[in-house]
Design a protein around this ligand. Structure first.
Ligand SMILES: [Zn+2]
Length: 334
């Protein structure tokens, strides 16, 4: 695997420098500690990094928000140092960058973003970070965006939030098939940025993709029993998931808000009646009294549906949350 790597990228471009650096690095490491290094076969691109960064050779990757962090961390394992820019628990859609955000980007080798207008803070923040060597990975590369706002919202309220997703609806990670494409994009971007660890990135991505595939199968098998099942949400986060599994999402508002307007409430009532829905969906962990009383008035169960914009840092949390979503969707469609 190592000779293959040398033949591909860095080796072609800097063969002499490379050899010089290997020699330097080996001499260096031998003189500093000769217990572990001498038994390890020389790995050339690592040697380059050893010269340029005195600590470990790990690259530093910053991922914008939690799903991007999960997917990146799933691909890197412990091979890279991965940080999340938006602390889990913060509202992602209206996130304002802090000096720490700028600093994190300024000191990173790689930035992973969802794109599609999700990270509105990002362009200015990257500019402020002035990191000319930053490698950017757009996880949604090649994914065809769905329209910005689903029908109920468009008919309903004026966009007083002024929250403009120029590039379509950004919530692609909630569809396991598109999540697979995002993991693949991240894998390829990391390999390009850090070819030394290509084999690790491929193996890890392969594992995670396998899990995404079996999750997709579970979704298919469960939801094919309820074609065109319509569900009402208060966050326009599920159009990709709905399209994938032949469901219909009626989003009353585009992004979760503290207060629903009377028009929002009326839209929710209309949608619930029109589509004869069996449940309303709120967000997990949020006690929305208005939604609770609305669901009581409509004699509907208020269930949680997780947009996966916050949660546990473990990449496996994606599957936990997605399986909980599947249970709640089935309960609502049944
Ligand atoms: Zn969202």
């Amino acid at each position: 695997m190592i000779p293959g790597l040398i033949g591909r990228g860095t080796g072609k471009r800097f063969p002499l420098t490379l050899i010089a650096l290997i020699v330097l690095s080996l001499l260096n490491s031998c003189s500093q500690n000769n217990n572990t290094q001498t038994t390890t076969p020389p790995q050339s691109p690592k040697a380059i990094e050893a010269v340029s960064s005195p600590q470990k050779q790990k690259i530093k990757v910053v991922a914008t928000f939690l799903p991007m962090y999960w997917f990146t961390k799933a691909v890197t394992g412990d091979t890279a140092q991965v940080e999340v820019l938006i602390p889990p628990g913060m509202e992602v859609h209206d996130y304002q960058a802090t000096p720490e955000t700028v600093k994190a980007i300024a000191t990173a080798n790689v930035l992973v973003k969802n794109g599609m207008g999700m990270e509105e803070f990002l362009n200015d923040t990257v500019k402020n970070a002035e990191n000319t060597k930053l490698i950017k990975i757009n996880a949604s590369k090649g994914i065809k965006p769905l329209e910005k706002i689903s029908p109920v919202v468009r008919a309903g309220k004026s966009d007083d939030h002024n929250h403009d997703h120029h590039e379509g609806n950004p919530h692609v990670w909630i569809d396991p098939v598109l999540a697979k494409q995002q993991v693949t994009n991240i894998r390829d971007g990391l390999i390009a940025a850090d070819p030394t660890n290509k084999a690790t990135y491929e193996a890890n991505a392969g594992n995670y993709i396998k899990q995404l595939e079996s999750l997709h199968k579970e979704y298919q098998q469960t939801l094919q029993k309820y074609p065109n099942c319509t569900f009402v949400t208060f966050h326009d986060a599920y159009p990709y998931l709905a399209q994938r599994y032949n469901l219909k999402q009626e989003a009353v508002v585009e992004i979760p808000e503290d207060q629903l307007s009377p028009t929002d409430v009326q839209n929710a009532v209309n949608a619930a009646k029109k589509y004869n829905v069996k449940a309303l969906f709120g967000e997990p962990g949020i006690d929305n009294k208005l939604l609770t009383s609305l669901s009581q008035d409509l004699k509907l169960t208020l269930r949680p549906l997780d947009p996966l914009e916050t949660g546990q840092p473990d990449p496996q949390h994606y599957f936990t949350a997605m399986r909980a979503n599947l249970q709640n969707l089935e309960a609502a469609c049944n």
